[in-house]
Design a binder for this molecule. Structure first.
Ligand code: CP
Ligand code: NVA
Length: 307
């Protein structure tokens, strides 16, 4: 029996475990590309709980679980008792007695933590207001595929200090790279959170061009995340100068990559020229959600496997 592990924040795994998971993701991806069946999770059931919308997360977990030999069940707030006030602790007890693995996309991080505390099976954070670890797992895997190790490199984060930004900061500390964050005034990384990260790994810049200087990866995300729609109008004004454009890419390292977790809004957080340009690896990044999460699910359910 593998010891019960959850994946609720990026820092839930060690650096050594990430080395293993990235290696494993590559192995699983290559095998999949050769059309070789691989069913280590035969007969296992993943339950996916969505309290927010999704295209990539749902698809990559559902397809990934099927490709590994298991099956996936989709639950949402609207059609289940979750939307009618059943306590998350009770849901954790019940759902984890009928499944082998749970993925949750919800609002406060506290909800996934409470679910996991009552779960008999591994729980994966599929995005909360605070973190999006599965996305950064895929992003770093994508960086490694294109450029090798991320250790010592610089990632420029331009835009909102949201769940993606928070997760990059955790990853930088753990995997030893640097994050340069530039947000509009009033949207900086919260001082409490910023205090968690040493200046070796994290710097804030008022000017997005300064943040991009010499960066090996420039990345951004929507100006208004899910759950914050009421702020959309004021955010559209505040973020107008935080659009990743050709000028920002021109001051980054010559071989810098551009990433975006998607969905993207061309003309808002990124120009079409950058999004669809030669430095953009957004489609590889999206595809790698599938491969990275297959390695993640295998690791949580079966532990380390020697290939
Ligand atoms: N990037 C991402 O998580 O996409 P979805 O919202 O479509 O799942
Ligand atoms: N920050 C965005 C990411 C979407 C995948 C959000 O939370 O809506």
């Amino acid at each position: 029996m593998t010891a019960l592990r959850h994946y609720l924040q990026f820092k839930d795994f060690t650096r050594d475990e990430y080395d293993y998971v990235f290696k494993r993701a590559k192995w699983i991806k290559d095998k999949f590309k050769r059309y070789e069946p691989y069913h280590p999770l035969f007969d296992r059931t993943l339950v996916m709980i969505f309290e927010k919308a999704s295209t990539r997360t749902r698809l990559s977990f559902e397809a990934g679980m099927q490709q590994l030999g298991g099956s996936a069940i989709y639950l949402n707030t609207r059609d289940s008792q979750l939307g009618r006030g059943e306590p998350v602790e009770d849901a954790g007890q019940v759902i984890s007695r009928m499944s082998d693995l749970v993925m949750i996309r919800t609002f406060e991080q506290e909800i996934v933590e409470r679910f996991a505390a009552n779960s008999r099976v591994p729980v994966i954070n599929g995005l909360t207001n605070e973190y999006h670890p599965c996305q950064i797992l895929a992003d770093i895997f994508t960086f490694i595929e294109h450029r090798g190790s991320i250790q010592g490199k610089t990632v420029a984060w331009v835009g909102d200090s949201n769940n993606m930004c928070n997760t990059w900061l955790q990853a930088a500390e753990l995997l030893d790279f640097h994050v340069h964050v530039s947000t509009p005034p009033g949207y900086e990384v919260e001082p409490e959170r910023a205090g968690l990260y040493g200046t070796d790994h994290f710097r804030q810049f008022a000017d997005p061009l300064e943040a991009c200087k010499g960066a090996h990866l420039v990345t951004t995300d929507v100006w208004t995340s899910m759950g914050f729609e009421a702020e959309n109008e004021e955010r559209m004004k505040a973020f107008a100068d935080w659009c990743v454009d050709a000028e920002m890419m021109s001051v980054a390292a010559p071989d810098a990559l551009f990433m975006h977790c998607l969905p993207a809004h061309r003309g808002e957080e990124v120009t079409a020229e950058v999004m669809d340009g030669p430095q953009s690896v957004v489609w590889d990044e999206a595809e790698n959600r599938l491969h990275a999460q297959k390695a993640l699910m295998e690791f949580l359910m079966l532990g380390r496997i020697e290939d």
